[in-house]
Design a protein around this ligand. Structure first.
Ligand SMILES: Nc1nc2c(ncn2[C@@H]2O[C@H](COP(=O)(O)OP(=O)(O)OP(=O)(O)O)[C@@H](O)[C@H]2O)c(=O)[nH]1
Length: 314
């Protein structure tokens, strides 16, 4: 009789400084567009759980906000969330990008995180992402520097963008999961409610189109989500969008000047944001979407606990 293959399952947290590519890696691992990706730092606010299910095991990934030394309420909140994630998991994936060019370095930001991870005492992988951006000879000394700072269980160089090394990484992660049955049904990809994803998709388009002018303290709340006509009529061919979902959402900024930028000349910018967000949301929800957006000003919301609470960051 063939020996039964061991099934493993558990949780892994992606931790790292802003913009190192955690969301890109999560998307690559799950094969779905779950976390939002933008060229601007600080786009991941909430914990997004992506689940990868294979015959040999299941890994649930937590994506966390980029950790940095905290200033202000919003930043403190984000650091707290990132560190809480570490307590809940079987394995920490500490993601960095090659820094220092020809003279590789760890840097104070990464050292700050490593100090926290020392205290957490969890098995930790070092993932060096974006290896497509540096010549290979730089990698060995960089790995050496990191190994001197922390007893990593494994060091895995990857390019999340080019899908280079990601499969090897997954296999190694699985080996560090405890033996056990699957934690989630096979078709579960994320625990994020659809409404939260819709808000994230809208926010992604705001950041994409107004990158230069709009800071990360932009929040989106879904005010209205009507799926009473969501089900396509009987006899609709599979894959055809036939149902309709009506969504109204508000984009919150902190200043009138930011509101004017998002609305744009004769409302043109808001229209572009709405069109692009609607297309992405239609793909996500598999139905036609009627999307109505408004822009509201909530002064200094990201610095006040009440402001954070009102916009869903508790
Ligand atoms: N060249 C290169 N760029 C990458 C790679 N992975 C991610 N990026 C880019 O790096 C930027 C940041 O990626 P994200 O995935 O949003 O980073 P993040 O760590 O989730 O960022 P936060 O949400 O701000 O914490 C984007 O412009 C990505 O396209 C990679 O392997 N190579």
């Amino acid at each position: 009789m063939a020996p039964q293959q061991t099934h493993r399952s558990g949780f892994a947290a992606l931790i790292g400084r802003p913009n190192v590519g955690k969301s890109t890696l999560l998307n690559q691992l799950t094969g779905e567009k779950l976390a939002i990706v933008s060229p601007k730092p600080q786009t991941t606010r909430n914990r997004i759980l992506g689940v990868v299910t294979r015959p040999e095991g299941q890994v649930a990934f937590l994506d966390t906000p980029g950790i940095h030394q905290a200033k202000g309420e919003l930043n403190r909140y984000m650091v707290d969330i990132a560190l809480q994630a570490v307590d809940d998991v079987d394995l920490v994936l500490f993601v960095v990008e090659p820094t220092g060019g020809e003279k590789p370095e760890v840097g104070p930001g990464n050292r700050f995180i490593l100090e926290r991870l020392q205290k957490a005492g969890k098995p930790t992988f070092l993932i060096i992402n974006k290896i497509d951006t540096v010549p290979k000879p730089v990698l060995l000394p960089l790995i050496e520097l990191y190994r001197n700072e922390f007893p990593f269980a494994e060091v895995v160089p990857i390019s999340a963008k080019d899908d280079d090394g990601v499969e090897q990484l997954f296999k190694a992660v699985l080996q560090h999961m405890p033996e056990g049955d699957p934690l989630f049904p096979e078709d579960v990809l994320t625990d994020q409610a659809e409404k939260t994803l819709v808000a994230e998709y809208i926010r992604e388009q705001v950041l994409r189109h107004c990158r230069q002018e709009i800071p990360y303290s932009t929040a989106v709340l879904v005010d209205f989500f009507d799926e009473s006509e969501r089900e396509p009529p009987p006899g609709t061919p599979p894959g055809k969008l036939a149902g309709l979902i009506r969504i109204a959402a508000s984009i919150y900024v902190e200043r009138d000047s930011q509101k004017a930028i998002i609305i744009g000349k004769q409302g043109q910018m808001l229209k572009t944001i709405g069109t692009d967000a609607r297309k992405a949301i239609q793909r996500l929800l598999g139905a036609h979407v009627y999307l109505s957006l408004r822009v509201r000003v909530e002064p200094r919301w990201s610095e006040r606990p009440e402001g954070l609470k009102k916009l869903g960051y508790e």
